[in-house]
Design a protein around this ligand. Structure first.
Ligand code: PEP
Ligand code: CO
Length: 445
């Protein structure tokens, strides 16, 4: 099957969305250096993620994939990582407690830097500048120099991913994610909100349940799952040179793994069947995602399934639909029918963010919480009608108290107050929790 595949076979195919590096020699030097650095994740961890995603594909678990649109080199701190983890853990608790279904936690984190752009240039005032492509490539400042692609940034992204991952591992395995800490994950600005109080109620019920089990003589300290969580990482595999440089052959199985993250996904703009991204990712054994936007046909999606998961391994492939609240009802059913009829064991995931972005009169890119929820509700309705499992959600969020998406119970209307994103508008922690409560209800019904 993979007879012609090598970690560099993508180089013979057209690769969209790659930066224009001013000096290819310097890029090659950096890639060679990256190739000697330690892997960020291990093959066995990626296999474990495939296995738990297999449970999702079979309808026995739910996937929560969440994090920043784009991680940033600025404002990178332990606090911001911790706060993002807090909101993801809170959402997972709400989903698990509310639905009784195990939740797989997958961050858009520790590597989510590179951004595809609709246009290679951006007009600022009367100047036409190269587009900002994420901190792994260039700087967003509106000058010609800032926008020059700098390969040293690949190394900085690798280093920041390593320290982010290190901290996440410490937090999730070292006591912070212990269920006895559920109250501590509620940040102050969240706790005062309606969702925060609803969360407090669940947290208290969990505490009571733990005390009850303990009183029954159950040795809770021996139950590892109560004290730590498995947290996996993911990002869009966009810069193929970077991904290739971190691809390693597993000594146990001889298979190739892209060790930059546990799961990689292909973006809506780079999912061409004969393109470099599909070529690269079909050959690594990590679990994969593929975005499915409004232009995707059922035939195209079937061919992607064949190319990316020819062995039909449950948990290997996530189809991440992002059609927009207005279009999902018409566009998703024929795709679900075709994939289901062909017997492909995919995880169906809803990205309710990227089909619902628009520019507000103020010029800010934003999304409306109501549209986000509407796409999720349609996603559930379509899968219920087709007899398939609505396997998960893919959310852009932050633990910070930002005002980037409109609406929610706070009825955010003034985007300028705290608009901080490096790329797309994210849900704040309160909106994220609100979403989790509503998704838990959908799962239950
Ligand atoms: C993203 O997930 O940030 C993104 C760019 O998505 P898409 O490829 O679906 O547009
Ligand atoms: Co985005």
């Amino acid at each position: 099957m993979n007879d012609t595949w090598t970690p560099s076979s993508w180089r013979t195919r057209p690769a969209g969305q790659q930066p224009e590096w001013p000096d290819e020699g310097r890029l090659d030097d950096v890639l060679k250096r990256l190739n000697t650095l330690p892997p960020l994740v291990f093959a066995g961890e990626a296999r474990r993620l495939t296995a738990v995603l297999g449970d999702v594909a079979e309808g026995h678990a739910f996937l929560l994939q969440a994090g920043d649109c784009a991680e940033s080199f600025d404002g990178f701190s332990a606090d911001s990582i911790r706060d993002k983890l807090k909101v993801i853990l809170q959402m997972a608790v709400v989903l698990t407690y509310g639905s009784g279904v195990p939740v797989v936690k997958l961050g858009r984190i520790a590597g989510q830097f590179a951004k595809p752009r609709s246009s290679p240039t951006e007009t600022v005032g009367d100047r036409v500048l190269p587009a900002f492509r994420g901190h792994i490539v260039n700087d967003p400042a509106a000058t010609e120099e800032a926008r020059v692609a700098d390969p040293e940034r690949l190394i900085q992204a690798y280093n920041q991913s390593a320290s982010t991952l290190n901290l996440m591992r410490a937090f999730t395995k070292g006591g912070f994610a212990d269920l006895n800490q559920v109250h501590l994950w509620n940040q102050e600005f969240v706790a005062t909100s309606r969702e925060g109080q609803r969360y407090e109620k669940i947290a208290s019920e969990i505490e009571r349940a733990l005390r009850f089990m303990s009183a029954c003589g159950i040795d809770l300290s021996a139950e590892e799952n109560l004290h730590q969580v498995d947290f996996f990482t993911s990002h869009e595999a966009l810069l193929l040179g970077y991904e290739e440089a971190l691809t390693r052959q597993d000594s146990l199985t001889g298979d190739w793994y892209d060790c930059s993250a546990h799961l990689l996904w292909i973006g809506e703009r780079t999912r061409q069947l004969d393109g470099a991204h599909v070529e690269f990712l079909r050959g690594v054994r990590n679990p994969l995602g593929c975005k499915i936007g409004s232009s995707a046909s059922a035939d195209e999606v079937l061919e992607l399934c064949e190319a990316l998961n020819p062995e039909r391994i449950p948990g290997r492939l996530l189809l991440i639909s992002r059609m927009g609240a207005d279009r999902i009802d018409d566009l998703l059913p024929p795709i679900v029918q075709a994939v289901h009829a062909a017997g492909h064991p995919v995880v169906w995931e809803c990205d309710p963010m990227h089909g619902n972005t628009f520019v507000a009169p103020s010029g800010r890119k934003t999304r409306d919480f109501a549209a986000i929820m509407s796409e999720i509700r349609s996603f559930f309705a379509v899968h219920r009608a087709e007899g398939t499992w609505p396997g998960g959600v893919h959310i852009e969020l932050t633990g910070d108290d930002v005002t980037e998406c409109l609406g929610g119970t706070d009825a955010i209307a003034d985007l300028d107050e705290r608009y901080e994103t490096a790329c797309d508008p994210r849900l704040n922690a309160r909106q994220s929790l609100d979403l989790a409560f509503q998704v838990a209800e959908l799962l239950r019904s």
